[in-house]
Design a protein around this ligand. Structure first.
Ligand SMILES: Cc1cc2nc3c(=O)[nH]c(=O)nc-3n(C[C@H](O)[C@H](O)[C@H](O)COP(=O)(O)OP(=O)(O)OC[C@H]3O[C@@H](n4cnc5c(N)ncnc54)[C@H](O)[C@@H]3O)c2cc1C
Length: 434
């Protein structure tokens, strides 16, 4: 008897192997779909701990995980292709994605490209400030901090030393608060011991936030508590004042103050990753995000979905009528629902199960809003550690992070303050971060 021809698998192309893209890959049914995952890097990373790379608390290998290992070991490599490359545009008439110099065809496309830095009306800042939106950016920031400490330890010029040791963090959200706190721990505990030639008071960490308080999206108590923790770590905090410009090593604030600094760390804003759409004129939402319906379909496009930070879902979720916050849990939950909808050909609407937000400032100090419960101090810090630890991909990485944290907790030391910078030569095939 002749066998009925099996229906060809639909080709699902996913752009982005972050929280949203990778979880979608794991949940899609391989007997129904052939999957192509496009990602800029050959690894998945854990952005909430980028600040610990920048402050030499963790090495990048502890919070980055090779995508091939996850995709081809656990999932047998069936009906799965990984393309390392940069997607620049999609053509919705031809149903293709442009990745570097090739076109990849899709039946269904999922955009999960996340966000990048937003410099608002100061685009030139990209050349002068340090940022924390990717592991390479965090490594660059770490190298700058270590280099400046070494230079400052060996100069007799007091003014130069103060400039080298002036760290200005712009943006008082969780990332800004966390990196400022980590720098504060360096100033309070590491500098006096490991850089004895540096007078502690010459190191200055200034956190600048334009809004009236820190952590504006959290419970109002959080901002005040975090400010107290930062002061304990010798960090200066300025709220209600924005940065006006940063030129020739001078930060100008809106209140007229000027600060000389070689190191400005920008955490003040994000915007959706640029991806051109050819063949349709669609409207982008706030923060350059793709506007989606309740099933994460991009409004105005067929067979194209957006999930995670790059998606804006207005007027669907009664608790978040103007769209969801850009958080890992939103990305994970959207990816799981989309996989279910595609696998079962259902059209369930996304409702976010808010598990809360947290931020930490050094050891034993954190704030956490978990539903109606607000925690601070040690309990919040312990929960913060536990949640982050279980969320990191890979057992080796979890163990490595835990060992580093325990070691640093009891010794106030880190063996990671090693300044390794890429060699200049050979120039041929030099890898560039896009
Ligand atoms: C420093 C920092 C701290 C954070 N802290 C927290 C926190 O404590 N708690 C929390 O819930 N959330 C936190 N977030 C937010 C959280 O990381 C995001 O909400 C989450 O990563 C969104 O997942 P995503 O998959 O949409 O995007 P991402 O995780 O950003 O993944 C996007 C992926 O797409 C790839 N990509 C982008 N553009 C292209 C392209 N053109 N071509 C190919 N590949 C591309 C990227 O390389 C990346 O792998 C933090 C973010 C940052 C940056």
């Amino acid at each position: 008897m002749e066998q009925a021809p099996s229906t060809p698998k639909q080709k699902v192309v996913i752009i982005g192997g972050g929280f949203a893209g990778l979880n979608l890959v794991k949940k899609l049914d391989r007997s129904k779909f052939e999957i192509i995952l496009i990602n800029r890097h050959n690894y998945h990373s854990f952005p909430p701990l980028f600040y610990q790379i920048a402050s030499s608390g963790l090495d990048p290998g502890s919070i980055c995980f090779p995508l091939r290992r996850e995709l081809f070991r656990r999932l047998d490599g069936k009906a799965m292709t990984l393309v390392m490359g940069n997607a620049t545009s999609i053509n919705v008439e031809k149903k293709t994605v442009k990745v570097d110099d090739r076109d990849i065809a899709y039946d269904k496309l999922v955009i999960a490209t996340g966000t990048t830095n937003n410099f608002f009306n100061m685009p030139d800042l990209i050349e002068d400030v340090f940022t924390l939106k990717s592991a390479p950016q965090a490594i660059r920031c770490r190298n700058q901090i270590l280099y400046n400490l070494e230079k400052a330890a060996n100069t007799k010029d007091a003014e130069l030393r103060r400039r080298l040791l002036s760290f200005v963090v712009i943006g008082g959200g969780p990332t800004g608060v966390e990196i400022a706190g980590a720098l504060g721990e360096m100033k309070r505990y590491v500098v006096p011991r490991e850089y004895p030639s540096i007078p502690q008071q010459d190191m200055r960490i200034l956190l600048v936030e334009a809004a009236p308080s820190l952590l504006g999206t959290m419970d109002p108590r959080s901002g005040a508590e975090v400010e107290k923790y930062l002061k304990h770590l010798l960090v200066d905090v300025k709220t209600g004042v924005g940065m006006q410009s940063y030129k020739d090593g001078v930060v100008k604030l809106a209140d007229g103050q000027s600060i000389r600094s070689d190191t400005v760390i920008w955490t003040a804003g994000v915007t959706g990753v640029k991806l051109d759409v050819v063949g349709a004129d669609i409207h982008r939402g706030r923060g350059n995000r793709f506007v989606v319906d309740g099933c994460n379909r991009v409004v105005g496009l067929d067979d194209v979905y957006a999930i995670g930070d790059i998606a804006l879902m207005p007027d669907v979720d009664p608790v978040f009528p103007s769209g969801h916050p850009q958080l890992a849990q939103v990305a994970i939950q959207q990816s799981k629902l989309l996989a279910k909808n595609l696998n079962k050909r259902e059209e369930k609407i996304f409702i976010y199960n808010d598990k809360g937000t947290m931020a930490t400032v050094g050891r034993n100090r954190a704030v956490a809003d978990l539903g109606k419960i607000h925690l601070s101090g040690f309990p919040a810090w312990f929960i913060w550690m536990f949640i982050h630890l279980i969320s990191i991909l890979g057992m080796r990485n979890k163990i490595s992070v835990l060992i580093n944290w325990i070691w640093a907790y009891f010794s106030y030391q880190s063996s990671l303050r090693i300044l390794i910078r890429p060699d200049k030569y050979p120039v041929k095939n030099r890898w560039r971060e896009k």
